[in-house]
Design a protein around this ligand. Structure first.
Ligand code: IDP
Ligand code: MG
Length: 160
């Protein structure tokens, strides 16, 4: 049992990260997972998954009505995605920074989109935009029993 982890419990957030179908087709799964893994966040769930239309619509319900919405649903359901749940203090905002701006041409070099993509409609990765949406999306994409509670061996070397 690691007291320093328990002490930080209140601040712990979770985020839903997804390699979109273009990232999977382009062979970027390992590269993208690796960015979060190396940063030091905790992987709690991971699966290759063909997203049904209803789930894509629920996930992107806030964007319903946008001109690009039908194409977005087609894109997300066009092939398998890699779904991930990551946990950590400040993980939501930090993951958004690692991902970079929505438009890959505006995303900074060093970010996933800045390094690996050229167009908003093919921006390779999703990350939750708030702790509330992180919880909502992890619960939406993962069933009970698909998430692991565990303490990685490196935990004492990541947080004092
Ligand atoms: P985010 O993924 O950076 O949070 P959102 O504004 O939440 O960006 O949009 C969700 C996703 O919808 C984007 O990642 C992108 O795939 C798609 N999208 C957003 N705006 C456009 C657009 O103007 N054209 C095409 N696709 C878009
Ligand atoms: Mg968003």
């Amino acid at each position: 049992f690691l007291p320093h982890l328990v002490a930080a419990m209140e601040e712990v957030e979770e985020t839903y990260i997804m390699v979109k179908p273009d990232g999977v087709q382009r062979g970027l799964v390992g590269e993208i997972i690796s960015r979060f893994e190396k940063k030091g966040f905790l992987l709690k769930g991971l699966k290759l998954f063909q997203c049904p239309k209803e789930l894509a619509e629920e996930h992107y319900k806030d964007l319903k009505g946008k001109s690009f919405y039908p194409k977005l649903i087609d894109y997300i359901t066009s092939g398998p995605v890699v779904s991930m749940a990551w946990e950590g203090v400040g993980v939501v905002a930090s993951a958004r920074k690692l991902i970079g701006a929505t438009n890959p041409l505006q995303a900074e070099p060093g970010t996933i989109r800045g390094d690996l993509a050229v167009q908003t409609g093919r921006n390779v990765v999703h990350g939750s935009d708030s702790p509330e949406n992180g919880k909502r999306e992890v619960a939406l994409w993962f069933k009970e029993g698909e998430l692991c509670e565990w303490i990685p061996a490196q935990a004492p070397w990541l947080r004092e």
